[in-house]
Design a protein around this ligand. Sequence first.
Ligand code: FMN
Length: 320
Amino acid sequence: QNEKIVAVAPMMDWTDRHCRYFHRLLSPHARLYTEMVTSAALVRGRQLRLLEHSQQEHPVALQLGGSEPEELAIAARHGADAGYDEINLNVGCPSDRVQSGRFGACLMREPALVGDCVRAMREAVDVPVTVKCRIGVDDQDEYADLQHFTETMLEAGVRVLVVHARKAWLKGLSPKENREIPPLDYGRVYRLKREFPELTVVINGGIATVDEVRAHLARVDGVMLGRAAYHDPYLLARVEQALYGVPPPSREAVLARLRPYAEAELARGTALKHIARHLLGLYQGEPGARAFRRRLSEGAHLPGADWALVEAAAAPRRAA
Ligand code: FMN
């Protein structure tokens, strides 16, 4: 099972570099994804600091949003130059802001344009260019739409497709509702793998347990975990153990390994709250999980909060 892929999903405002560093400590093998970065921010805005990451994060993929092939090619090049192991194009995000710029899920209606984007990006970089999409948008109810999209991606040279197994309804639903209301249809993703065996298919959406991970991996090549990994990060250690036999570190050991990173960040002027907020779910399901969460979230906002707070929140947890 070792060639199977486990990934942590790109999540805006969540999977920043602090979060990815923390997830890496829990999961040596998982492929980590950045938050979406728009090609316009990198190319027109020249905000190259958005590409900052730590060497510990590898393998790590940069997710780009955009729909202009030349701009995406330059952005992809920036990403590859910065050291990212993969460049992923977002064709699945339904937010309004994203639609107005004509990127994200609405591009599922324009496979030819997405193909042009991917081709331009592939010409610009040596690392793999992958695509993350939905099973459809709005009235695309036929498997044939997804099939046509996939054929177009294969022709453009895509070898890895991440599929969020629900449609995006672009009218009337908020982005959050679009991650909850359109029903999951794993069958469509399995079918895609059966009909395109040469394509590496990574399934995403609603996967929350080790057993579910195993069940999906019996039918597709990889799983991508989003909210479950964020809210219950220790799930990543359990998955790591189940798939790769890596003994899970204790939660305290994970915090001890995070400490030097956090202290170096604090010394650079990063506020503790920016790191601590990703740790709140570490004790999910354990005694004292709520006390840990509360102590950490309240204390991290106080001026001068340092790493001692995290250790104090973890230590008396059982007594709480
Ligand atoms: N998907 C993207 O492709 N790019 C994003 O930037 C992105 N931001 C997200 C932000 C948040 C807070 C959440 C919850 C999801 C986001 N997503 C984004 C969608 C996730 O990558 C994933 O497809 C979705 O949450 C379904 O997986 P899950 O059920 O395991 O969470």
